[in-house]
Design a binder for this molecule. Sequence first.
Ligand code: HEC
Ligand code: HEC
Length: 418
Amino acid sequence: MASPDEMDFPPRDMAKEQLGKLLFYDKILSGNKNTSCASCHHPLAGTGDGLSLGVGEGGKGLGIMRDTGSGSDAIAERVPRNAPHLFNLGAREFVRVFHDGRVEQDSSAPSGFNTPAGDAFLMGMDHALAAQAAFPPTSNTEMAGQAGENDVADAAAAGDLQQVWSLLTARVMAIEEYRTLFAAAYPDLQVPENVTFTHIANAIGAFEAAAYRADNSPYDRYLQGDNQAMSKSAAEGLKIFTGKGQCASCHSGKFQTDHDFHALGVPQIGPGKGDGFNGHDDYGREQVTGDANDRYRFRTPTLRNVAVTGPWGHDGAYNTLEAMVRHHLNPEQSLNAYDTAQAVLPSRADLDTQDFIVHNDDTSRFNLANSIEINPVALNDNEIKLLLDYLHALTDPNSLDLRHTAPARVPSGLPLAD
Ligand code: HEC
Ligand code: HEC
């Protein structure tokens, strides 16, 4: 195994990154101008939000302090999945993003990507990470707001993604400072009118790829030949990871992922994705393929920086890394013994009543348990501790405080914090 190097990442482009940084933090991309990408992917929360399930448009505050909004701004529902971290997603091998891989590179698609927008997707995206950036602004829950609140939200609710992208592009390009920045980042643009949402998304993708690259962990230095870089117990843990623990059968390669989908029976919490029991279940990869064999399968996540990116699992069901690892060892038992108190969900009476509907339904839980495709592995407490030491050695210390990657202000003049 080798540590990642420059060849694993796209070439840098400072002008695009600078523009992308501002767009990532600018609430101008949300219908009601109250949410930015950073609201849920925060530089002090391991590029996530520290919550099990995200609080979208309307919520106030950051991370675990985030509330569910008030009055007419109150959120309509929780975001149904955990906001993942963004580390290393710019690396070339990440050709699929989202927990269910619904944005993925596909050379046979007209745009080069399979996405929820089908054949109507924007052309010219640099990579899957850039293509992904086109979608949060089209989600009523995450960024657009509710129908009736603004024109972007209306277009999003009507499923008119092209209209969402044109309205937002027009908003951005109405700002003089952005026009100058786009001209610098895209020297081939003849007139500002040629800017499309693709340019916005490619700039955001360039920023994410550069700012959130994280491959300077003790494990990397160990791979580069420094035997002292990882503690002895972490090195023992690595042996269990690749050997007896069978972790590397899915968490393989330089970034510990096979980029494939597996059913692990992680407890289902939150409002769900419209599947199963009263629509509160989440069938994962089946949402994309329509194939019942993919039911409850979710993408194998990269484990780099995993110690600082909790809560864990596609819906943040587990609030300790140890509980997440132990789940793998005996998934069915862990599912049935799941302690719902660990879910990190800002409370609101009507939302709370939805949170464990599926988990508490015997039939749904039985179906989920039946889908599990991972073999139980017997590890003793000491072996688990060594494994956790190894996972901690995957933390790049430069990722702990990413405030230096945030801008001081954004061109729209909208506030950075709530
Ligand atoms: C309201 C919270 C919220 C906001 C705002 C938000 N995201 Fe996310 N993000 C999420 C959640 C939740 C997911 C996982 C959704 C899924 O997989 O179904 C996600 C997934 C992602 C992923 C895929 C990560 C992976 O491992 O595959 C990327 C990249 C990303 N977001 C970037 C962005 C960008 C760029 C923006 C702004 C344009 C943004 N997000 C705005 C919550 C948010
Ligand atoms: C059969 C494939 C497979 C094997 C084997 C496997 N994992 Fe996983 N792992 C996954 C998938 C898929 C997920 C995401 C599950 C979900 O969210 O529903 C995951 C999630 C995780 C997470 C949470 C990551 C996050 O960002 O939330 C950790 C930590 C983890 N695995 C560690 C391990 C360890 C340690 C082992 C070995 C004991 C292991 N895995 C074995 C497929 C696997």
